[in-house]
Design a binder for this molecule. Structure first.
Ligand SMILES: [Zn+2]
Length: 298
């Protein structure tokens, strides 16, 4: 039997009608991504996450790998130890997360009939969707809010995402008791993970004025250190992240967040901020390569 051995990526769309297996002649170094793999995620908070996916029937005999990542950009962690044949997977890595965090999943299809070429789905999470009419308006709401922030009321700030996983701190983490055993650690800043926080992301925030509110008590003068602020829906802000305001270099701990939503999709994030003292260990973050911070103070 003679075979047509010309090969292109078109085979993904139409199967060879003779039912004959091709041996691809292209290099298999790269990973392909295809939106034809449709993935649905079913979260069950604090217990498990189920992922279900489907692929075009023409892809033939396949095996699957499922990857988990905390952002839609990875890093990706393989969930199943060996490739699986079913199109359904339940995992409990997500048990450690709360309903406030998102996890992303990628399904990798190994096309056994096509020389084990691997194709990945786009990163998928349990996203709520708006109808088109509302989606267009929430884009417009955010566009106007961003102009308001960046041109008028916002202050350039940096958000540091707190680490919740990774290598433990070599200085203050006790492996035997699984506890932090030193205070004011400058390596992990009390988070117990080396570095403490991820690299900062710039954003604009409107801050409410700091109240000039002093209460005299029998143990001294008490000054209020909480204010509120807001920003648009990106970057996503979580409790315990650190916000640094350029200019006066105030350092705030995110204490509480409340979102404004349109059909359950965030368009605005409001935050309650607790100002930290200049002698707090988190204050060291301002010297961590923020472009606006005067170098003479580093
Ligand atoms: Zn430490």
């Amino acid at each position: 039997m003679s075979l047509n051995v010309s090969f292109s990526l078109g085979f993904l769309l139409q199967r060879n009608t003779l039912g004959v297996t091709y041996t691809p002649t292209v290099a298999q170094s790269g990973e392909f991504q295809s939106a034809a793999i449709s993935v649905t995620i079913y979260p069950r908070w604090y217990k498990q996450i189920s992922a279900e996916w489907s692929i075009p029937a023409s892809w033939g005999n396949c095996l699957f790998n499922v990857y988990f990542g905390q952002t839609n950009d990875g890093p990706w962690e393989l969930i199943n130890p060996t490739p699986i044949t079913s199109t359904f997977l339940t995992e409990n890595i997500s048990r450690i997360y709360s309903i406030y965090t998102h996890g992303f999943y990628i399904v990798e299809v190994i096309l056994l009939g096509q020389g084990s070429i691997k194709i990945r789905s786009t990163p998928t999470t349990w996203q709520n969707t708006q109808n088109r009419w509302v989606a267009l308006r929430s884009i417009e709401v955010q566009r106007r809010e961003y102009i308001l922030l960046s041109k008028f009321v916002g202050v350039k700030s940096y958000i540091f995402r707190r680490k919740t996983y990774g290598k433990r701190c070599p200085n203050c983490w006790s492996v035997s008791t699984e506890q932090i055993i030193k205070d004011h650690c400058t390596i992990c800043m009390g988070t117990s993970f080396e570095g403490g926080y991820f690299d900062p992301a710039p954003l604009y925030v409107q801050y409410d004025p700091t109240p000039n509110d002093r209460t005299k008590t029998y143990f001294g003068v008490l000054e209020q250190n909480q204010i509120t602020g807001w920003t648009v829906s990106m970057p996503e802000i979580k409790n315990d992240d650190i916000l640094i305001r350029t200019g006066d270099w105030n350092v705030y701990l995110i204490d509480k967040t409340a979102d404004t939503e349109l059909q359950s999709v965030t368009v605005k994030q409001m935050m309650v901020l607790t100002q930290l003292g200049k002698n707090s260990v988190e204050y060291n973050l301002v010297t961590r390569g923020l472009p606006e911070f005067p170098q003479r103070y580093v």
